[in-house]
Design a protein. Sequence first.
Length: 95
Amino acid sequence: MPTQCVKEFDFDLARAVVEQLTESLDALPIGKLTDEVLEKVERKQGVYQLFQGTTAVYVGKADDNLKGRLRRHQRALAARKNIDVRALGFKGLYI
């Protein structure tokens, strides 16, 4: 016999994770994608957002080395024409 005080709950793990990651990333300030800032990033797995100014332009993950992944982006973007590396930033979470 159904009752109004109990019901089925369909837990969506992927949605919960995305919402938590978004909330946590949104709460962080944008850090400059510079050697000085990257030196403080740990070699742990994580997720990150890249920014051009205040606009998010890329979201990615680092399986085991967030610092290394961000450095690769830094080098690749610095080599491109028409990109002002001084306007590049990131946010990251260790997971």
